[in-house]
Design a protein around this ligand. Structure first.
Ligand code: BEZ
Ligand code: FE
Length: 307
């Protein structure tokens, strides 16, 4: 990519100008000297340092600053308890995945984490092991099974597993016009740490792109599409809570997921089964179905962060 032409030279062109700019940065940094909370002081001075570096490096114009403020204002206006434009913004800028990377350092063969997304809802229905989470959502049936264990391979009975996904039209239930709950549920692993359930085979869908974040993606020529996935949140007193998804091997969006959520270890074989193939639990299924195995390993509850 080439640097676009700009009237001003870079920040170091004029020594007097450079010292005026640096002086301002120093004065703003100093204004946090009496902050009583050291962590807050660190967060604020780090933010100021990087923000000023950015403004000086790109030689931000006043018109661009005004448009940025307008963009953030519109992100606020479209946000409510069902739509969170700031999470979307964080996601498409890779900030969510970077925060996950910093906070979920690799531990042995523990399953990797990925982006939470804005569509988790507290209070999902509980289904029995082997039950169906679809709740009427349209899509090809998918049998999902696996285990939850710790990093020593010890099964974790009673682990709570929350799962949620979009339907075949690419919509989560919270995006429906009515209050239906569909394609989300929770259950617990059995005495041997095993779980199984029916879901729907994940399909690709766009993140909500009818707001300012969608406008930005369009302006920079980026797609709003997410690779097909099924969300999991797994918790157990003995382990670090894991927020992750599994992705579908062969999906052509694996390399262009708009929120940078794909990790190779999370790409799984969703084996397509011909119509009439016997199902694992004897359930009668009209048409094709798929099956996938996902064995989950939780890191210990307290892992020392890498600094
Ligand atoms: C999701 O997977 O549900 C999601 C993640 C990030 C942004 C939008 C949606
Ligand atoms: Fe999703």
């Amino acid at each position: 990519m080439t640097t676009p032409p700009h009237d001003e030279a870079g920040p170091t062109a004029n020594p007097d100008q450079q010292s005026r700019e640096e002086d301002l940065v120093e004065r703003v940094l100093k204004s946090f000297d009496s902050c009583a909370d050291p962590r807050l002081g660190q967060l604020m001075t780090g933010l100021v340092r990087h923000l000023h570096t950015y403004i000086r490096e790109v030689r931000l114009t006043e018109e661009e600053w005004r448009r940025a403020i307008d963009f953030l204002t519109r992100c606020g206006h479209i946000t409510d308890d069902r739509r969170q434009e700031f999470i979307l913004l964080s996601d498409v800028l890779g900030a969510s995945m970077q925060t996950i990377a910093v906070n979920n350092t690799a531990y042995g063969d523990a399953t990797e984490a990925t982006v939470f997304g804005p569509f988790f809802v507290d209070g999902s229905p509980e289904v029995r092991l082997g039950g169906d989470i679809a709740g009427g959502a349209a899509g090809e049936p998918c049998w999902v099974e696996g285990t939850v264990a710790d990093t020593d391979g010890k099964p974790l009975p009673g682990a709570r597993i929350e799962v949620w996904e979009a339907d075949d039209d690419g919509l989560y239930d919270v995006q429906y016009d009515d209050e239906r709950t569909a394609a989300r549920a929770h259950f617990h692993t059995d005495d041997e740490g095993r779980y199984r359930f029916w879901a729907i085979t994940p399909t690709p869908y766009p993140i909500p792109h009818d707001g300012p974040v969608g406008e930005m993606l369009h302006a920079v020529g980026r797609s709003p599409m997410r690779a097909s996935h099924l969300h999991f949140m797994v918790s157990h007193p003995a382990g670090r809570t894991l927020v992750t998804h599994i992705f579908v091997r062969g999906d052509e969006l694996l390399h262009s997921d708009t929120v940078f959520g794909v990790k190779e270890s999370l790409v799984k074989d969703f084996d397509r089964q011909l119509a009439g193939t016997a199902t694992p639990d004897g359930r009668a299924v009209d048409g094709t179905w798929s099956k996938v195995r996902f064995d989950i390993v939780l890191a210990p509850a307290r892992t020392v962060p890498v600094v």
